[in-house]
Write a protein that binds this ligand. Sequence first.
Ligand SMILES: *Cc1c(COP(=O)(O)O)cnc(C)c1O
Ligand code: SF4
Length: 354
Amino acid sequence: MAADADWKWQLANRITTAGQLGEYIDLTDEEILGIEAASERFHWAVTPYYAGLMDRHSRTCPIRLQAVPSALELRDDHGIADPLTENENSPVALIIHVYPDRVAFMIGNRCPVYCRHCLRKETMVGKPDVNFSEEKIREGLDYIRAHPRIRDVLLTGGDPLLFPDERLDEILSSVRAIPTVEVVRIGTRAPVTLPQRITPELCGILARHHPLYINTQFNHPAEITPEAGRACAMLADTGIPLGNQSVLLRGINDDVQVMRGLCTGLMRIRVRPYYYYQCQNLTGTSHFRTAIERGVEIQESLQGHISGLAVPKYVLDTPYGKVPLAASYVIGREDDEVVVRTWNGRTWREHNPL
Ligand SMILES: *Cc1c(COP(=O)(O)O)cnc(C)c1O
Ligand code: SF4
């Protein structure tokens, strides 16, 4: 096995300085200054694999924009540190409980690559000061045990797949041992930023904890590489249904052709597009945000134009839960008929019993 095919090598050799990044891409002096300034405030690291996907010359490369710190993150942008008031929805340290029957359980705060648009970049992800102790994980498990209405536990963070195999197995076993938990989900970007993490050994462990679902985060078709495809095939062959949650990012995927390419490309690697999120009003991310109207337009350009299985829901996350943002196809009501418009601009009248 080549060294770079080993996930531990990828992690140990992550790029954390402008000098190292200069071996992969051409950087202007301005970009170097931006990296140095922004990385003092927000954590950054890029796996050699993900850096290898960057276009050496293009400053608008979608991989580069997602992973390389920029001075734009330091703009006074009226963003807030914790737009979902996750701290208020957190009954114990690592649990976010918004919906009656499911919780997010943030078991770690490390990621292979620190996304510049990360929702938790200000509150926890990559922050050394947050305490992710064994004790906090036990408290989270106790909370789930004490709330039998919780039947769906979403392991997130940070990236749960950065735990060593044995520890991940222990955590999954502890969650599984709670009789009221029916479904376990893992949110991980490893298939995108560290596909080497998906090993036969890992799949062997995951297979013991069904029903297990994995949601990942591909944001651009350039991320759908042979390596990522292989990682997803291994997970799918393990019997894990795979979903994708993108973030709508200006200059990266707020484009009809890019989004269609992403969604149909994901279907080819057996990943079902699930959500794309409106980019939150979060400190240091204003340069990524697009108008919600644009997001709705993109939704309409997918619906009907590509396979229904490939069309994700466009959602806005709020402190009270996710809100689907979709244009209505019902355009009127007349007597006992409802008038609808179709994906290709026709209208149709359907008898509607009163
Ligand atoms: C997104 C989220 C979930 C899962 O929501 P689904 O719509 O079921 O995928 C659960 N809890 C929290 C706090 C969330 O943000
Ligand atoms: S993988 Fe997720 S949690 Fe980690 S930095 Fe990216 S967006 Fe944040």
